[in-house]
Design a binder for this molecule. Sequence first.
Ligand SMILES: [Zn+2]
Ligand SMILES: [Zn+2]
Length: 460
Amino acid sequence: MTRLTPEVVVLGTGAADGWPSPFCDCLSCADMRQRRRVRTTTSALVDGLILLDAGAAVPSAVARAGRSLREAHHVLVTHAHPDHLDPALLLWLDWNPTPHTLHVWGPPAVASACRDWIGPRTPVHVHEVSPGDEIALSTPSGTYLARVIAARHEGCTPDAVAAEAVLYDIATPTGGRILYATDTGLLDDVAPMRDAAYDVILVEETFGDHVDHGTGHLDLSSLPVMLERLREVGARTESTQVVAVHLGHHNPPEALLRDRLASMGVRLVDDGTVVGAPRRELILGGARSGKSREAERRALSFADVTYVATAAERPGDDEWAARVEAHRARRPSHWRTAEGPESLLPVLRGARPGTAVLVDCLTLWLTGVLDAASPDWEDAAALAVAAQDATKELIDALSACAATVILVSNEVGMGVVPATRAGRLFADLLGRAHQEIATACDTVTLMVAGRAVEIGDGRG
Ligand SMILES: [Zn+2]
Ligand SMILES: [Zn+2]
């Protein structure tokens, strides 16, 4: 069986009070407000079937991500703190009952909190779990197996709910594996995760540089220790995507936090980001439409990025060299760069899961293909065949690529019909290539004046 990476929609990445925190105007909250940024309470949706945690922000987060809970068959709740469980969700289910039963799993306090919210006809079944349990989660796509692992969530005050908090280790029917590890301090015993080789680890990082919080949470000094322990037992591998969640305002402003996390190989993603399964994203736009910046912004959430600069060398062209240098200066120094149109396919073929490949841009890649086929661009038939073959090869490489690929290209078809024969031919061939490549992409975005317009998934 081929192992398929699960799709994990990270619905929320914020701490209990969200980020920014409502009554706070510290630097890191002010930075978020000024940019209208919000991180709501931590939650995720696995393959559309399994909801991880269900705080009050979940219904709106699900809607913002363009999803619904109609197909959700299970809700795994870590503990009954309000940011992880708002039992009113069951009332919304009662108002719009699903044909199947929704199974809610959680420690004892979760079950008692749900009790008053279940009507005689609510299609729900609540199960109590405790650490060490293995539970079978049946779904229309097969049976997922979840293991319940003890969290370490107690703070300085006794708190019965925190004492029973758990983590979930989920194995999917297609061989994928996820660790949901929020609301825990440093675990001394990671033996239950031995050899798990997770595809995705959602790990909490509530406190940033505040290390004397004395609570059952992680911070920027304990997180790397936890990750190292997971690596030692083979739970975190080279291919594991580690995503930081339960982020609070004690963290440095996002731009700084992103770099700090990247140095640990940890992703900082926006609420609503899909992680796990690799994605193909096509970004089209005219000159100076903001397409490269948009692509770079998306790639920034990955700890490991290969940037493919498809421009061929242009010896003696200073203006061109200055443009290339300006792009280069904007990129984080830890990104790897591959240069030239011929580097594209080898990079796609060699890319590892959990990483990102940013291709800027397909216009120059196709130019390189055509230059090689007919250096004077005279043989129109040869050029058309070369473009077609190269496009097919690219689509095959894209479909097989283990990494997320972000493709940038110029939408050249919107200007006037080019005056030269070569110009007209190029616009035709590139337009055709875009149409075909789009069918292999999960999303297609048009950039206009720095704004991104989603034009649907590539399958139309
Ligand atoms: Zn929490
Ligand atoms: Zn908690």
